[in-house]
Ligand binder design. Structure first.
Ligand code: ADP
Length: 159
């Protein structure tokens, strides 16, 4: 099965990458989709986020990254994916993800949502936390993949 992993990835964290790695071992193909959302005030542009993810998935032959737009279920179908993949960290994610998955089920009953539970060491990790630490020039090696850590620090400490 081919699944789509939608999100903001502003920027990709080691938590996202862990979900991608584990999913790549379970599904035939994983397409990471950076979904355009004009309401979100992102730090990195879509093409910067895409480039950063590409650097992290070089050794994953069955993972691809795209920039998507519109309704998630519509874009999932457009890519020919039967499943949607999301990660769940804590109870707060569960409530939000349950509402999204139920809504998507009503919009398109042919698309199934799959959840991977975050590893305990990543369960409190978000792009926002990583950016906050980076903005103070802190050590982000446990949060951000090493392939992109330098550029994330550079961007966030820029005056
Ligand atoms: P969105 O704005 O769509 O929530 P994010 O980039 O924040 O986009 O997250 C994309 C998906 O990855 C979500 O399902 C989120 O719950 C999951 N996720 C985010 N951080 C982690 C993590 N540390 N471990 C596992 N899953 C995560």
């Amino acid at each position: 099965m081919k699944v789509m992993y939608p999100g903001t990835f502003d920027p990709i964290t080691v938590g996202h990458l862990d979900v991608i790695t584990r999913a790549a071992g379970c599904f035939d193909e994983v397409i990471v989709a950076i979904m355009k959302n004009p309401k979100k005030n992102c730090t990195f542009t879509e093409s910067e986020r895409k480039e950063m993810i590409e650097k992290c998935i070089r050794n994953y032959p069955n993972v691809k990254v795209v920039v998507g737009e519109g309704l998630t279920v519509n874009y999932t179908k457009k890519l020919g994916c039967k499943g949607l993949l999301r990660g769940i960290r804590a109870v707060a994610d569960y409530e939000y993800e349950l509402a999204q998955a139920t809504g998507n089920m009503q919009l398109d009953s042919e698309i199934e949502t799959f959840f991977l539970v975050a590893k305990p060491e990543y369960s409190f990790l978000s792009s926002s936390i990583a950016k906050e630490v980076a903005s103070f020039n802190g050590d982000i090696s446990k949060f951000i993949p090493e392939e992109i850590a330098k550029s994330v620090i550079e961007r966030l400490t820029r005056k």
